[in-house]
Write a protein that binds this ligand. Structure first.
Ligand SMILES: *Cc1c(COP(=O)(O)O)cnc(C)c1O
Length: 393
């Protein structure tokens, strides 16, 4: 196989070798069910508790506030559905934003069918929620605000602490989808007034199919899976011990390496952004210039189709994305790019490159040269571009 330049770390990441190594004994050596009394089961339980402690420490939370789930989508579903249910006697109104992940948006649409009312806040041209709009949207019946920590497509980081303060002032629960942020940005649930937080292992060099929901002590929340007494009776099912161990190790290494890794990523990201904007005409950066995920660069190129660009990049061994992995395969432009005010024809020409811990300057240089060549080629075949050039001569 030829060398792959993997620039789609927002879709998923490579499981780090030491994460895999830490998980392996929990498949066939320490395979006991954590709910049993014998030593083999206790080994599983001990490993699970250690992982829970690591994650709690990373957030400034208590261990008993961390609930393991099967990933980000489940955590998002649980946070919204189960608080809506538990607090419906208090009110039926939920506030979210137009640029959330579909795990939030589609859950909100489902809740609307159950009789809840949802306000989808607009964002500004950088993708930030406007705090004044948030305050205006609050009603006496508002029970929950769910705003993502950082956007998976355009990388914009939200003013989470300010949102948390507003929620707290009004006695409203605050959930944040931190799937992209956990392991990339420092998070403290107390300082930021976060009541619930979703995260997922495979976005931080951990395994797929494991994640967690942080639920602040005292928040009323219904069980998500009924059955056994696992996860304080709130999420039944024999625990995914190898996954939990892997998630713990991934979280530990992400937190420990954060300052050095992210400053390197920011440097490479800015180098990538600068080169693309300077060397490719009619290109734009999506998302906030500064307040963005250390590894995210999102562009739009006029007069081309993002899908064609992706296919040709793949031929050069480069993995990128045109929006989020979840919307690829659909021809609609990304809801996020439309929400920041881009017209359809520009939103169609999008490219998201997300760096990882292994990305090098050589990778970026190779990618930029490849993008330049492909964009030029695609434009040379575009009647729209031809017209545009003629008109502007
Ligand atoms: C990837 C992602 C999810 C979904 O997580 P899974 O573990 O794949 O279910 C949710 N929200 C955001 C912001 C994401 O990037």
């Amino acid at each position: 196989m030829k060398k792959v330049i993997y620039l789609d770390n927002a879709a998923t990441t490579r499981t780090a070798p030491e994460v895999v190594e830490a998980m392996l004994p929990y498949f066939s050596e320490f395979y006991g069910n954590a709910s049993t009394v014998y030593g083999l089961g206790s080994a599983s339980k001990k490993a699970m508790n250690e992982s829970r402690d690591t994650i709690a420490a990373a957030l400034g939370a208590k261990s008993e506030e961390i609930y393991f789930t099967a990933g980000g989508s489940e955590s998002d579903n649980w946070a919204l559905k189960a608080t809506a249910e538990a607090y419906k006697s208090k009110g039926n109104h939920i506030i979210t934003s137009k640029i959330e992940h579909h795990a939030i948006l589609h859950t909100c649409e489902w809740l609307e069918k159950q009789g809840f009312e949802v306000t989808y806040l607009d964002v500004d041209e950088d993708g930030k929620v406007k705090l004044s709009e948030l305050k205006k949207a609050i009603r006496p019946t508002t029970i929950l605000i769910s705003i993502m920590f950082a956007n998976n497509e355009i990388g914009t980081i939200q003013p989470v602490k300010e949102i948390g303060e507003i929620a707290k002032e009004h006695g409203i629960l605050f959930h944040t989808d931190a799937v992209q942020a956990f392991g990339q940005l420092p998070i403290n649930v107390d300082e930021m007034h976060i009541d619930m937080l979703s995260a997922s292992g495979h976005k931080l060099n951990g395994p797929k199919g494991i994640g967690f929901l942080y639920i602040r002590k005292g928040v009323k929340i219904r069980s998500f899976v009924h059955g056994g007494a696992q996860e304080r009776k709130r999420r039944a099912g024999t625990e995914n011990i190898p996954g939990i161990v892997g998630l713990g190790v991934a979280a530990k290494r992400a937190v420990e390496s954060m300052p050095e890794r992210t400053s390197k990523e920011i440097e490479l990201r800015d180098y990538l952004i600068e080169r693309v904007l300077k060397e490719i005409p009619y290109s734009r950066l999506n998302g906030h210039r500064r307040d963005r995920l250390p590894n995210n660069a999102s562009f739009c190129f006029q007069f081309i189709e993002g899908e064609s660009l992706l296919i040709m990049l793949d031929m050069d061994g480069i993995c990128g994305s045109s929006g989020s992995a979840c919307t690829s395969g659909s021809l609609d432009p990304s809801h996020v790019l439309l929400a920041i005010g881009l017209p359809h024809e520009i939103a169609h020409g999008s490219l998201r490159l997300t760096l990882g811990e292994e990305t090098t300057k050589e990778d970026i240089d190779f990618a930029v040269e490849s993008i330049k060549k492909i964009v030029e080629k695609l434009r040379s075949m575009s009647p729209l571009y031809e017209d545009f050039v003629k008109k502007n001569k």
